[in-house]
Design a protein around this ligand. Sequence first.
Ligand code: OOG
Ligand code: NI
Length: 455
Amino acid sequence: MTQLVSADTIRAMFSAAMTQMYRAEVPQYQKLAHIVAEVDGRTLAADETLEQRLRSAGRYDLIGVERHGAIRVGRPQELSGLRRLFAVMGMSPVGYYDLAPAGVPVHSTCFRPVTEQSTRACPFRIFTSLLRPELIEDAALRRDAMAILERRRIFTPRCEHLIEIAEAHGGLSEAQAMEFVHEATETFRWHGRAKVSLDAYRKFLAAHPLVADVVCFHGPHINHLTLPTLDIDAVQQSMIEHELDPKSIVEGPPRRRAPILLRQTSFKAIAETAQFDGETGAHKARFGEIEQRGAALTADGRALYDELLAQTLAAAPPSEASAAAYGAELARRFENFPDDAETLRRRHLAFFRYAPAAGVRKGSGRGGLDALVRDGLVRAEPIFYEDFLPVSAAGIFQSNLGEGGRRELAAGAARGAFEEALGATPADELALYAQSEEASIRATLEALGAAETAV
Ligand code: OOG
Ligand code: NI
């Protein structure tokens, strides 16, 4: 029998292929990668213990490689097709994000590896949005959009065949995996030739820039890739100096000693030449992003985060002109969010991974978990947040869709419709973090022989 390649390996191959393709398609992203490498190098050199801390968290080897990407599709069948395609690479849907309240007519999930081991092997994930055509107000335009989408096929026939082979055999051989990655990449390639006239494009653009991006082209071209960085504020500054035109604010929590959730920023979408039925025009959708991650928050921590963010947005609405005021307000409001790991842990605001401290042997544990941590017998490290934030995602969408990116949308809840389109229920991200934490507690107490006393 032929040897099957692991899904983690296929994902790593795919991530590398996407990176290569995107850096060639969007040279500004390559420039951003240089800035990130320079800033990360400087940050490591300036902090003697940083390398060791990153190594012990298993994140040193991910410097310059951990990245996500994002795509947008138009039809339920396209979304369920993507679910099957990503499953071949060990990526399954996690989380549901409704972007309509923020004025973007989509709802989304993230396809990602779910186990900690797979995430470390290759953390690549794809934020995937489905257009909600019912939010196109003009009925005639909505019908046109659906008719155009109806006619397109986003997967190559060979790609579809390889997905079937993977499903039937539980994986792919090395040769099949290489071919699969090649074929899958085709789905996400930029095609400079639009499927509509310039006139029709402008109508969709006026309805919503996102509608134009989803409907007028051949398929879900990758719209950005994202590099991790060790100092997002320094990269933001450097992007300004290198005239990469970043969005004005960094999304997410403020800079903190104990990082939480996810901070992200991007340079704005570039204008790319496109052909519309013989006429030449330009389309703006594709950009480059950076992210810096911190601890995953529990439901309580998340509620506090959401509340402080909502207060900030109400008091100092962010705009190009008011970035500094927004930043000051954000920092001020978040003074109410404990900024040291031990308080986050004791107050159950963040999830932690527990392990016996080096050299601690069975039988040495006494008392509850908190006592074991206090006595230095058990170590607790924050679990990294691997998901996304709807308010931040909306900010990223809007800065890249230009002026028309924010609309008032009269949208009811649509989670059921999304799950039906996907053909699955996305996993609950909080449950995944809670499982990781619980498993680490069980293993730690077992290793210390403290199970009876500590629970
Ligand atoms: C997705 C924007 C959301 C993020 O990092 O929050 C996103 C899009 O523009 O399609 O990628
Ligand atoms: Ni992104």
